[in-house]
Design a protein around this ligand. Structure first.
Ligand code: UDX
Length: 437
């Protein structure tokens, strides 16, 4: 099929490359010419395992091209809208200006029978609103909403073989046409057994909001349990293993730690609350406010634990923060709990050095007041405390003998509960985990 992908940020760049991998002819379009030049040269504008190799692979076949000219979307049968919906400044609601402007400029390139497919995470009601606009100008085109569930760090795998496809389509013949087009786009994963559910627009939009809310709720639930474990001397990691063995609960997303961050979960639950408020259904989601509060509380708690770890005052203490990205295998620092903790410690008088294998450049742009050191061993020199805040494999693999002689004082805070307390304590370290005795 001939496909256009509008917006080549995280979602769009990966989607465009993966659609070409599935055998389609794809043009990826973005208003940022620098991004387009990078992608056309096979350079991913962000760190994502497997994406550079995939870009090389599909660019060489000639099936994938990038352009900064929206008119190049002309000729495609299916147009994917993949632009961002960030949180509005000073508000919880999503900023819809990129979706609206991409959609409107796409209208000029549409041809009879085309299918527009929204993939961006949007407030419920967006697809119906855009479908009305489409019907006025292009009555024979159709809009579908096909939310994306990919995780950073696993984006290629999640796009090529997702857990499920969800199509939001209108009723009747046009809906059947949109469903058939999407089935053709995704024929390879569908033939390999990926399930697909067809729904109305509102349900499809809500599936995404609900999935992210549930994941955030799981994390905040276990973090709330960690708070209880801390005052009772219980161990939240064992608790999570034990409740996770119940198949109705499951072990995934029950890792207590410093809370969730990134470009999706925090802003999506806030946008969901804002939209529910507009619709008069806010009471149904009041628990999400608590989910958000628990998450914010985690960061405060880690600052407090660090203060205790270094003897009660942060003033002048050298703190090494291992990890800046919001999670490992990503250079994304949007709403990164690690960085927000680092900045808070610095504000309270500590001398903070941050290290990360991939995210230093992005971190420096956001928090220029912090000190950065690429070499993790150098970053740890003369530290009064090490804080493992993003669980990169190299930090998980750290052993006391590698760092014993580097630091000034043997204090370690394992913000992700990924180290073995016994090993570190046996080497004379003051080890502190989250919700662990
Ligand atoms: C998330 C959703 O998983 C994905 O389906 C959606 O499309 C976008 O948002 P992502 O932002 O890539 O994906 O990250 P994810 O792996 O979900 O992690 C989110 C945050 O939760 C990270 O900060 C992570 O460290 C934290 N987390 C995750 C925990 O603190 N504990 C856990 O058990 C799991």
């Amino acid at each position: 099929m001939r496909i256009s992908v509008i917006g080549c940020g995280y979602l769009g760049a990966v989607h465009a490359a993966c659609m070409a991998k599935l055998g389609h002819d794809v043009v990826g379009i973005d208003v940022d010419p620098r991004k387009i030049d990078d992608l056309q040269a096979g350079r991913a504008p962000f760190f994502e395992p497997g994406l550079p190799e995939l870009l090389d692979d599909v660019l060489a076949t000639g099936r994938l091209k990038f352009s900064s000219n929206m008119a190049d979307a002309k000729g495609a049968e299916v147009h994917f809208l993949c632009v961002g919906t960030p949180q509005r400044k000073g508000e919880y609601a999503a900023d819809m200006r990129y979706v609206d402007s991409a959609f409107r400029s796409l209208l000029d390139s549409l041809e009879p029978g085309n299918v527009i497919v929204g993939k961006s995470t949007v407030p419920v009601g967006t697809a119906a609103r855009l479908a009305d606009e489409l019907a006025e100008q292009h009555p024979d085109a159709v809009l579908a909403w096909n939310p994306e569930f990919l995780r950073e760090g696993f984006a290629v795998k999640d796009t090529l073989s997702p857990d499920r496809f969800v199509y939001g389509v209108p009723e009747g013949e046009s809906g059947a046409r949109a469903t058939a087009a999407l089935d053709e786009v995704y024929s390879t994963p569908l033939s390999l057994g990926t399930r697909r559910l067809v729904a109305d627009y509102a349900t499809a939009e809500l599936v995404k909001a609900a999935a992210n809310s549930f994941l955030a709720t799981k994390i905040s639930f276990i973090n709330a349990m960690a708070e209880v474990c801390e005052v009772t001397g219980a161990d939240v990691t064992v608790l999570a293993d034990a409740i996770g063995l119940d198949e109705r609960i499951g072990r995934k997303f029950l890792n207590a730690g410093i809370g969730f961050g990134g470009g999706c979960l925090p802003k999506d639950i806030r946008a969901f609350m804002a939209r529910a408020g507009e619709l008069g259904a806010d009471q149904a989601l009041t628990f999400l406010r608590e989910v958000d509060d628990i998450n914010v509380r985690r960061r405060i708690r880690v600052v407090e634990l660090t203060r205790l770890l270094v003897g009660g005052s942060l003033l002048g203490k050298r703190i090494t923060v291992l990890g800046a990205a919001f999670k490992p295998n990503s250079d994304d620092v949007r709403d990164s709990p690690a960085l927000s903790i680092a900045a808070q410690l610095q504000l309270q008088g500590a001398d903070v050095t941050v290290t990360d294998p991939e995210a230093i450049e992005g971190a420096r742009n956001r928090f220029p007041e912090l000190t950065y050191e690429e070499d993790m061993h150098r970053a740890m020199e003369k530290a009064d405390a090490l804080l493992l805040l993003t669980e990169w494999q190299e930090y998980r693999d750290l052993m006391p003998e590698q760092v014993n002689s580097l630091v000034r004082t043997r204090n370690i805070l394992d913000g992700r509960n990924v180290m073995d307390p016994l090993t570190w304590r046996a080497a004379g370290w003051n080890y502190k985990g989250i919700g662990r005795p």
